[in-house]
Design a protein around this ligand. Structure first.
Ligand SMILES: [Zn+2]
Length: 105
């Protein structure tokens, strides 16, 4: 244990074991200015991570919806052969989506 601690960010002297109590000495890592900056950085990183996860989840759900739509369309073709009138031959396009979705599971 060092008797004198310095800010991990700007190296300013922040605590002296001889003049501050033990608990605050061991818990302190940054000067007041840097503590505020670090706190903001951590919050920003957390928010960023949260947004990233939310986006990934939305993408996954979208893939799943596409998969279901393709499946639904194929089932309609199988069971309701008269419903092929949209002229849109996109059935094959659903297959890569299906495969990547299967990989995600
Ligand atoms: Zn500092």
């Amino acid at each position: 244990m060092q008797d004198i601690k310095y800010c991990e960010r700007c190296c300013k002297k922040i605590s002296d074991l001889n003049t501050s109590d033990w608990y605050s000495h061991i818990s302190i890592k940054y000067c007041q200015d840097c503590a505020e900056i670090v706190r903001k950085e951590k919050t920003a990183a957390r928010v960023k991570e949260l947004r990233k996860r939310k986006k990934a989840k939305e993408k996954e759900q979208l893939e799943y919806i596409k998969l279901l739509e393709a499946e639904n369309k194929n089932l309609r073709r199988l069971f309701l052969p008269t419903e092929r009138g949209d002229g849109n031959e996109q059935t094959e396009a659903g297959t890569p989506g299906l495969q990547s979705a299967v990989h995600m599971l």
